[in-house]
Design a protein around this ligand. Sequence first.
Ligand code: M6R
Length: 600
Amino acid sequence: MCGIVGYIGYKDTKDILLNGLAKLEYRGYDSAGMAVLDEETINLFKVKGRIAALRKRTEDTGLATMGIGHTRWATHGAPSADNAHPHQSASGRFTLVHNGVIENYQELKEDYLDGVAFGSETDTEVIVQLVETNYERYQDTAEAFRQTISLLRGSYAIGLIDREDHETIYVAKNKSPLLVGLGDGFNVVTSDAMATLKETDQYLEIFDQEIVLVSRHFVEVQKLSGTVVNRQPFTAQIDVSDTEKGTYPHFMLKEIDEQPFVMRRIIQEYQDERDRLKLDQDVRNAMKACDRIYIIAAGTSYHAGLVGKQFLEKMAGIPAEVHVASEFSYNMPLLSENPLFVFISQSGETADSRSVLVKIKEMGHQALTITNVPGSTLSREADFTLHLHAGPEIAVASTKAYTAQIAVLAILAVDTARAKGMKLDFDPLQELAIVANAMEVLTDQKETIEELVRDNLGTTRNAFFIGRSSDYFVCLEGALKLKEISYIQAEGFAGGELKHGTIALIEEGTPVIALATQENVNYSIRSNVQEVAARGANDMILSMKGLEQDTDAFVVPHVHELLTPLVSVVPMQLLAYYAALHRDCDVDKPRNLAKSVTVE
Ligand code: M6R
């Protein structure tokens, strides 16, 4: 959460910061700010609201060639201009942006900052006030910065500028993502390479507990102890056009439409020249060697994990359990003798998942991360990575990453089964190709879904999704999509569970969306629909070709039974999209949310 961009060079900084922040807005968008250093002073701009408001606020700014900017997702202190970053020290000499949470900020305030007047309610302000206090003692900004950083507990990505130093942006990081981008006569700092791709595609990773001094012509990475670290840059493999909406009104719609293409790319990436599955031998060995898989994830990725568990158990014969990352530490199961942890995360930055990863690595276990961002924290810190190849996902509501996760999990399960010598009557690449075609048919049916929404979800305050077997998992995802972007109170239930309590909520006209793509439960889920219909529900059945009945609201093309979540979720995504549009909601940036949740 929160996005940081910094620039030091010879060009005008303002536009570089604003354009970068606009690309990072998916990380948080309740307030924004920037500080630019011109020949004389630091000019500070902060607004409640979006980057567009910041752009307006900075229209008349003069030339400045270095600066730092921030887009916020509030943790400590409400979204407001005062709480927006950058924050300044009491004298105004030091200015700082921060992403993360400083866990010991109260202690630091009491121990070191007695009598200092604070201008915000944030944990962040403590850092910049500490820099000033330490400067008074050490009379050296780099040392004051280092001393300050060594006092912090928690997560942080930090950029600091000093009014008296026109040559350096001071940078530090722990747990929260931050990169330094390298240029000719300029350098940048960014939470995500996507934000500064127009400037450079060369990036330096920064590791936890490192400090970086970023100037126009050089970048020096140091350990907290002061030891200088040599590191080679990497080339960011992102196509700038993938980060643009193009002709689409929203990223979410673009990303829904990209799903057939993503399926085909996954087929390509996981296939060798002899049409066999292509996976890293180390991953294969780890999968073969483990006696149980523990899937750790959050939100949509957790829902993909539920589907993946079925693959691993049914196809590869490995017991698997799926855990919500934020709960794992409190309810840690008894672990098997030889566990393998599989982290599923679109962003690879989810703090809840990362804290489990740190814990299980300390316990000496192996981890595989399945992510859309190979250089991300979860990818770097795990033993192995499988890439989703979905291209940047920018809408807060995850769509193409979910289907990519399920596809990669299917490939992983089949590959493991084959490595273990098991015979399977299932060719994942061929079946995924059929899925890609089916997805195309579905994304061509937007008007039908829009009509369904108009007729059935227009003014409702709640909606229920019911399904059995793997349809149930898709219902959880369908409900999450609908609630997060349309604010309709939506819940997904196992069809058989409704009558154990939730059916009490069914009133005349309550929308109940039922999924019927599984032959073995087709009869029972339709009985559950009868039960709610008898109590006045407005039922809509989404079935699969071959299992459909005349009265069904929507029929998805036939695909292999194990892969139905990949197609049945598409109308669910579109349902959520049109419901949000219909209610005039901000589809790509729903209220209170952020794309990557980098705080616990
Ligand atoms: O980046 P991750 O996959 O780890 O993110 C996990 C969740 O925060 C994410 O899936 C969230 O639930 C989505 N906004 C749902 O659309």
